[in-house]
Design a binder for this molecule. Structure first.
Ligand code: PMP
Length: 400
């Protein structure tokens, strides 16, 4: 029956992990995977997560959640994103649903817009963007196009190109924006640039669709990382927003997320939510309960919330300190040719190093240092025990 099914290509990021696992070199480093690692290179279970989990394990039932999820979690998660002073939130005008982490939120959003957004079926993504964005939106029924974002020559934002492309989008198009810690580049617009973007999006009557997978994880500050979507909402934009608790709570495998849409009023919100339910029911019926309970417990308990904020800061700061260490090693210790300032200025888990594909291949084959072919490294994979070896290896690859 399946003789005509072609062999598909392996996932580019998971392929890096396969190669890493097969490598016997004890000094090997895997910087491909986008998951936080502690100072010893180990997965990190946040103490606030353990406390929250212990508070209900063995006691909470395993009944189905409603289609749109655990209400105590979804309302607290929306508040985290929009801010407790958000006007549409306090007016009851934000439609929300729990989602299968950030990926599921994007997919629900894509499907909802494909079904109901009246003006366009085209979504514009930054070049580059997270590799899964294109298949998610294509499979949701939208047409995917691109806008310029990253400037290879400066390893920074292509601000002029981005503005020109957004200005040229047909009225009513959908534009995807990474709220903070752009993946894969680590390059974000400044707050001033976000303000200008908000104006341009308004002029073009574009629909702003935010993907916020790293709130708190980028700068260590929950509000600061949510600046862009909050600013757009305060300017009257009716945004779509996808949230993930994979990174900021370390709940990767629990699949905890939220999808929300700002609507005009309570009545419109009710209609939108009714259609979100109709869309979700045949997809997966209702979302998983365990992770939502953990996240909900943290967000709703002031003491636990405070503890969690400190832990998010701790993760963000460890990554930021690795950026400084790596920068100093490359520029002062090794005098590696090139300008490495972007290592320090880029934001979030990833850094686009500017290393070329031949250089990344040489790093893998000669030094057992693994990253994606585009030269993206996960800063979270670096630690005090391996950063020197990494810098020395990069230096070798650049000097050839
Ligand atoms: N959006 C972006 C930009 C991401 O980097 C990620 C995770 N790599 C996601 C969404 C979704 O991740 P998850 O489904 O694990 O929440």
């Amino acid at each position: 029956v399946w003789s005509a099914v072609p062999q598909g290509p392996p996932d580019p990021i998971l392929g890096v992990t396969e190669a890493f696992k097969a490598d016997p070199n004890p000094r090997k480093i895997n910087l491909g995977v986008g998951a936080y690692r502690d100072e010893n290179g180990k997965p990190y279970i946040l103490p606030s997560v353990s406390t929250a989990e212990a508070s209900f394990v063995g006691e909470a039932d395993k009944e189905y959640l409603p289609i749109t999820g655990l209400a105590s979690f979804t309302s607290a998660a929306a508040k985290l994103a929009y801010g407790s002073d958000s006007a549409p939130l306090s007016q009851g005008a934000v439609a929300v649903t729990q989602s299968i982490s950030g990926t599921g939120a994007l997919r629900i959003g894509g499907a909802f817009l494909a079904r109901f957004y009246p003006t366009s079926k085209v979504i514009y993504l930054p070049t580059p963007s997270w590799g899964n964005h294109t298949p998610i939106f294509r499979d949701s029924g939208l047409e995917v196009k691109q806008y310029r974002y990253f400037d290879k020559s400066t390893v920074g934002l292509d601000w002029a190109g981005m503005l020109a492309d957004i200005r040229a989008m047909p009225q009513g198009s959908i534009v995807l924006l990474h709220a903070c810690a752009h993946n894969p580049t680590g390059v974000d617009p400044t707050q001033e640039q976000w303000k200008e973007l908000s104006n341009i999006v308004k002029e073009g009557k574009l629909f702003p669709f935010f993907d916020m997978a790293y709130q708190g994880f980028a700068s260590g500050d929950i509000a600061r990382d949510a600046f862009a979507p909050r600013h757009f909402v305060s300017e009257g934009h009716q945004i779509a927003l996808c949230q993930s608790f994979a990174k900021n709570m370390g709940l990767y495998g629990e699949r905890v997320g939220l999808f929300s849409l700002v609507t005009s009023d309570k009545e419109e919100k009710a209609r939108v939510e009714s259609q979100l339910k109709i869309l979700i029911r045949p997809l997966y019926s209702n979302p998983p309960v365990h992770g939502a309970r953990i996240a909900g417990s943290i967000l709703n308990d002031p003491a636990l919330y405070k503890q969690w904020e400190g832990e998010v800061k701790g993760m963000a700061n460890r990554i930021i300190s690795m950026r400084t260490t790596l920068y100093d090693l490359l520029t002062s210790t090794h005098k590696t040719p090139g300008d490495w300032a972007h290592i320090k200025s880029q934001i979030g888990m990833f850094s686009f190093t500017g290393l070329t594909q031949p250089q990344t291949e040489a790093l893998a084959s000669k030094r057992s240092v693994y990253m994606t072919k585009d030269g993206r490294i996960s800063m979270a994979g670096l630690n005090g025990g391996n950063v020197e070896y990494f810098a020395e290896s990069v230096d070798g690859a650049v000097k050839g």
